[in-house]
Design a protein around this ligand. Structure first.
Ligand SMILES: NC(=O)c1ccc[n+]([C@@H]2O[C@H](COP(=O)([O-])OP(=O)(O)OC[C@H]3O[C@@H](n4cnc5c(N)ncnc54)[C@H](OP(=O)(O)O)[C@@H]3O)[C@@H](O)[C@H]2O)c1
Length: 190
């Protein structure tokens, strides 16, 4: 699984359930990369989208604790592992903060649009520059749109993070044991 996000200088991603920036080239890149794939998002991010419905041309999975939640053009799941099992290597986590934090351990690549600007935010992405698990694989030149400077940076995970998986005691003693699919080796195999 992969993640895609646009961040400010201090890794801010949103305020009042809205995006901080609207950069045409960034939205175009988001569309190009995610179209044809499954995208996983939180219920709040879904409700920030136009029409509060799934994105066209993509399979939309929404994470919510509410099993009765419905919205047009989406499937719902109630825990992050269900989302991981529904996704392949080329599919995307698209936010917001809580869903990025829940699914980042299952991601091995993150497409970051770094907007070289400060912006007041109440939602943040983890600082990948401060996390030894992540390395920059590719960094574009700095571009500019309507006075806003930004660059596309691709991070890759240099080690696995199994923290999303239930620990063995939960698996062996829980009332509803975790049963991995027959071809399960690690989520990196999905
Ligand atoms: N810059 C970017 O690239 C980008 C991308 C996407 C979003 N954003 C921004 O991010 C902000 C929203 O982030 P957010 O963290 O407030 O909301 P969010 O992650 O979009 O959605 C949060 C909701 O997801 C569900 N959820 C989260 N973790 C769950 C879990 N472990 N199990 C079951 N359900 C779970 C819950 O829904 P229920 O309450 O229904 O249970 C929770 O309230 C907005 O400002 C948005 O604009 C920015």
């Amino acid at each position: 699984m992969q993640a895609i996000v646009a961040v400010s200088n201090n890794w801010g991603i949103g305020k009042d359930n809205e995006l901080l920036f609207h950069i045409r080239a960034d939205l175009q890149r988001f569309k190009e990369l995610t179209t044809g794939h499954t995208v996983v998002m939180g219920r709040k991010t879904l409700q920030s989208l136009p029409g509060q419905k799934g994105l066209p041309g993509r399979r939309n999975i929404v994470l919510t604790h509410n099993p009765d939640f419905t919205a047009p053009d989406v499937e719902t799941v109630c825990n992050p592992l269900q989302a991981v099992f529904a996704c392949g290597l080329e599919d995307f986590c698209i936010g917001g903060e809580s869903v990025y934090r829940a699914l980042l351990p299952a991601c091995d690549r993150v497409y970051v649009t770094k907007v070289l600007a400060d912006a007041e935010a109440d939602a943040f992405f983890p600082d990948l520059d401060d996390d030894p698990r992540w390395q920059v694989e590719h960094c574009s030149e700095v571009m500019e749109e309507n006075g806003t400077r930004f660059q596309f940076v691709e991070y890759v995970a240099c080690e696995e993070d199994n923290s999303i998986l239930p620990d063995s005691s939960e698996v062996s003693t829980g009332p509803t044991p975790f049963v991995p699919p027959a071809d399960f080796t690690s989520y990196h195999g999905f």
